[in-house]
Design a protein around this ligand. Structure first.
Ligand SMILES: Cc1cc2nc3c(=O)[nH]c(=O)nc-3n(C[C@H](O)[C@H](O)[C@H](O)COP(=O)(O)O)c2cc1C
Length: 349
């Protein structure tokens, strides 16, 4: 199995919306929604991808050889790598008929489990579609993280109960989902929440809560005050608001604001192990990768998902070895320099 082979096979299944590119950099799909593209002008996903490349790695091979440990503990789950597969929903709408959301989520969770990581599960814009993701979650022993849209409280309570009954160890919310074109004008409504509303939501979830869609230090602070145990720095891959900065650009200021109080995840354009290293060196604890897992699942199912995970995990190990990091906590600012990202080493020099 090779990554190129997986992409070639995926391309036969997901035409015409996604080109299953070898490197998913946002250019081929542009602003194609439905499909994997970004909203409006369509350059946010491209900017996400490019920003990581401005973080350069300071190689130092003059260190004693030792085993590399990439294990990461996340709310009691011991993971092989600090990597999660991202939530994707409404796959038939975006990628054609090979999978529905239940099958996609099952393949994603099983492949992730095989490689020792966990998947986030998307919440369909169809308010009842979530039940199918939950049956897949139950079948895998609660090995995924339901990512629920910001509906009104009565819908949320039903979905939290279903998540707990399916065995979820944590629950997430894509708090930015109100920006999705398909959610506009829905009944029941979904949309932005005040800090107080978020605090009530987190309390009723009764699980460690992850807020996805944080792009400013101010929003991070509100999420922490509301009781989030983790935040996911994300602009939803450019799908909710045109004109956002990249997640890499805003990450350092958010890390500084949060100052170790909650776990920080980041997504958006992370495509290889070196990108994971870059994100951790900028202060993230772990990363989420979404679109490439779609290619993996459409190209080679469960095995493709596991293959992609191990490929990126091994690339991360290589980067750690060449920079003298033996465990994740060793990855530091000293190991990178940045080409013009505010709040990063050598900014402005
Ligand atoms: C087709 C598609 C569907 C998505 N569905 C969801 C979803 O249901 N919930 C969610 O939180 N994010 C969803 N996302 C956003 C991703 O989880 C992720 O935040 C974004 O794509 C950035 O990561 P990436 O650049 O690795 O793809 C979706 C993205 C795509 C492309």
């Amino acid at each position: 199995m090779t990554w190129k082979g997986i992409c070639d096979q995926a391309r036969d299944h997901i035409k015409p919306n996604c080109k299953a590119c070898l490197v998913c950099d946002g250019r081929a799909c542009g602003n194609n929604v439905a499909g994997p593209g970004a909203k409006g002008y369509g350059d946010v996903a491209i900017r996400n991808f490019r920003a990581w490349k401005r973080v350069r790695i300071n190689m130092d091979p003059l260190v004693a050889s030792a085993p590399i440990d990439t294990t990461f503990n996340f709310f009691g789950q011991s993971l092989e790598y600090p990597i999660f597969a991202g939530p994707i929903s409404d796959v038939t709408l975006h990628y054609g008929s090979l999978y529905d959301d239940t099958k996609y989520n099952r393949v994603l969770m099983e492949g992730c489990l095989d490689a020792g990581i966990r998947a986030f599960l998307g919440d369909s814009v169809d308010v009842h579609g979530f039940a199918t993701a939950m049956s897949a979650l139950k079948e895998t022993g609660g090995a995924g993280i339901p990512t629920i849209k910001p509906w009104d409280m009565s819908v949320l309570q039903e979905k939290f109960t279903a998540s707990r009954e399916a065995g979820a160890f944590a629950i997430a919310m894509d708090i930015d989902a109100g920006g999705l074109p398909f959610l506009k004008g829905r009944m029941p409504p979904a949309g932005c929440k005040s800090e107080k509303e978020l605090a009530d939501i987190i309390q009723s979830a009764q699980r460690p809560f992850i807020v996805k869609g944080i792009m400013t230090p101010n929003a991070a602070e509100k999420a922490v005050r509301a009781g989030a145990k983790a935040i996911l720095v994300s602009n939803h891959g450019g799908r909710v608001l045109d004109g956002c900065p990249s997640s890499a650009e805003v990450l350092p200021a958010i890390v500084e604001q949060v100052a170790g109080r909650v776990i920080i995840l980041v997504d958006g354009g992370i495509r290889c192990g070196v990108d994971v290293f870059r994100a951790l060196a900028l202060g993230a604890d772990a990363v989420v990768i979404a679109r490439p897992y779609i290619t993996a699942a459409y190209g080679a199912g469960r095995e493709g998902v596991a293959f992609l995970t191990r490929k990126i995990g091994e690339e991360l190990k290589d980067a750690m070895e060449l920079c003298g990091a033996r465990k994740l906590a060793d990855i530091s600012h000293d190991m990178i320099f940045c080409d013009g990202i505010k709040g990063t080493p050598f900014y402005g020099k």
